[in-house]
Ligand binder design. Structure first.
Ligand code: 5AD
Ligand code: SF4
Length: 425
């Protein structure tokens, strides 16, 4: 039997695609292994990311390590094509599969093993051609509803590597979710590149969420990363449904209107704050997490101060701080006033410190409140760990009969580092 190991870099979409591929390989008799570091597999799949220079570098490192370890290496994901052009040593043991053909990796590997492989372009690629995963490398089930992006934010390479926005038919999404629920998953995470732009034959994002919430089963639905948009009142009202988790990763990118304009983001800081207020008017402790980029060309100290101010006002539960990284072919790469690396490092450190403080404040505010904990892992400290609906990590004391992948209502009684302590009620 062949053993195949996976390494995923980057976003949730990549995680979803890896899960689906691994599940397909298992169904076809391969042994799969999610532990790249300790793996002695013959075949490796490296699902790369190219969002920043750092992601490229990490992806290359994993590819090179896989080439040293395995007898066959599949390089896929957003860096794959670039990698093939720039760095690929002439190596018959390495197959590069672009994003469009990622769903066919299983067939491609099998053909390679039987000596019948004659080029990736001979396979029918489909960005939604992934089957529901039966087992995954984590507890939540990720479901892809959309791919690509038409926004062309000035710093971002994604529209070039994932292509234009496309939505998956709603029937397929509902069927995929129902299958995942039958497999026993209790939390579904919707993912895509720009999911609020979901639209398939007139079914928009809000309609889709409504249809999913109608599925008669004990589960919760989480919307992963989403772009600020004109969220309607009726969309916001949907969060009153306890099945819809009161947390979204809403990408701010900057708190300065000048920078937002140069980023080609289509909102102002005031509009962003307005969105947050709208959600919190319904659910006061709604958790917002976010991505922020520091050091876009021309970002002044004052711009950066405005970002800090907006972030503090909102009280993000977590900030993913990115240092602006030049991506060849994007508009920002050609802008004047590129910011010195030292300044980016300094701003990034300040932002990470602020993120820690805001997270800690947010957790403190949860004390005395209730959460529904979905248990994931048992640690040897006598506690079972998982996440609450607000996407806060919670630990609960073990007791007879306690199980993983089960919902428990807990009262938050304390905080320990970045983990809440919950008592079963
Ligand atoms: N440099 C730094 N961060 C970037 N992101 C996207 N492009 C770049 C870039 N060129 C960040 C954005 C996005 C996240 C996925 O990656 O914050 O939300
Ligand atoms: Fe990139 Fe902007 Fe599209 Fe997000 S919305 S993928 S940041 S271009």
């Amino acid at each position: 039997m062949n053993t195949i190991s996976f390494k995923t870099l980057g976003c949730r979409l990549n995680l979803y695609e890896t899960d689906a591929l691994a599940s397909k390989f298992r169904a076809r008799g391969f042994v799969t292994d999610g532990d790249f570091e300790n793996s002695d597999a013959e075949i490796f799949v490296i699902n790369t990311c190219t969002i920043t220079n750092q992601s490229d570098k990490k992806s290359r490192e994993y590819i090179n390590r896989a080439i040293r370890k395995g007898s066959l290496v599949v390089v896929t994901g957003c860096m794959a094509e670039q990698y093939a052009k720039k760095y690929l040593p002439d190596n018959a043991r390495v197959i590069v599969v672009d994003n469009k053909h990622k769903n066919m990796i299983c067939e491609i590997v099998e053909a390679h093993l039987s000596g019948e492989f004659n080029g990736v372009e001979n396979y029918k690629g489909d960005v939604f051609g992934f089957l529901p995963a039966k087992e995954t490398f984590h507890t939540r089930s990720i479901v892809k509803i959309q791919d690509g992006c038409n926004n062309f934010c000035s710093y971002c390479i994604v529209p070039y590597v994932r292509g234009r926005a496309v939505s998956r038919p709603a029937e397929d999404i509902l069927l995929n979710i129902k299958t995942e629920l039958e497999y026993g998953f209790k939390e579904i995470v919707l993912t895509g590149v720009n999911i609020s732009k979901y639209n398939y034959n007139g079914v928009g994002f809000e309609d889709l969420i409504k249809q999913i919430l109608e599925i008669d089963n004990d589960f919760r639905l989480r919307i992963a990363s989403i772009e600020p948009d004109d969220f309607s009142d009726s969309f916001v009202q949907l969060f009153k449904n306890p099945k819809l988790a009161p947390h979204i990763h809403l990408c701010l990118q900057s708190g300065s209107n000048d920078v937002l304009k140069r980023m080609h983001r289509h909102y102002t800081r005031e509009e962003f704050l307005g969105i947050v207020d709208k959600f919190r008017a319904i659910i006061p402790d709604f958790n917002f997490t976010t991505d922020i980029i520091v050091g876009l060309p021309g970002e002044t100290e004052n711009d950066f101060a405005q970002t800090l101010e907006v972030a503090s006002k909102i009280g993000f539960g977590h900030i993913h701080a990115f240092k602006y990284s030049r991506r060849s072919g994007t508009l920002a790469d050609k802008m004047d006033n590129q910011i010195d690396e030292k300044i980016k490092n300094k701003r990034s450190k300040i932002l990470r410190d602020l993120s820690e403080k805001l997270s800690s404040d947010y957790l403190q505010k949860m004390i005395g409140k209730r959460q529904i904990l979905l248990t994931e892992t048992v640690e040897n400290d006598g506690f079972i760990y998982g996440y609450g609906e607000n996407y806060v990590r919670i630990k609960m004391k073990m007791f007879d009969g306690v199980k993983t992948n089960e919902f428990y209502t807990v009262k938050i009684v304390g905080v320990e580092g970045d983990v809440l302590i919950g008592e079963k009620v």
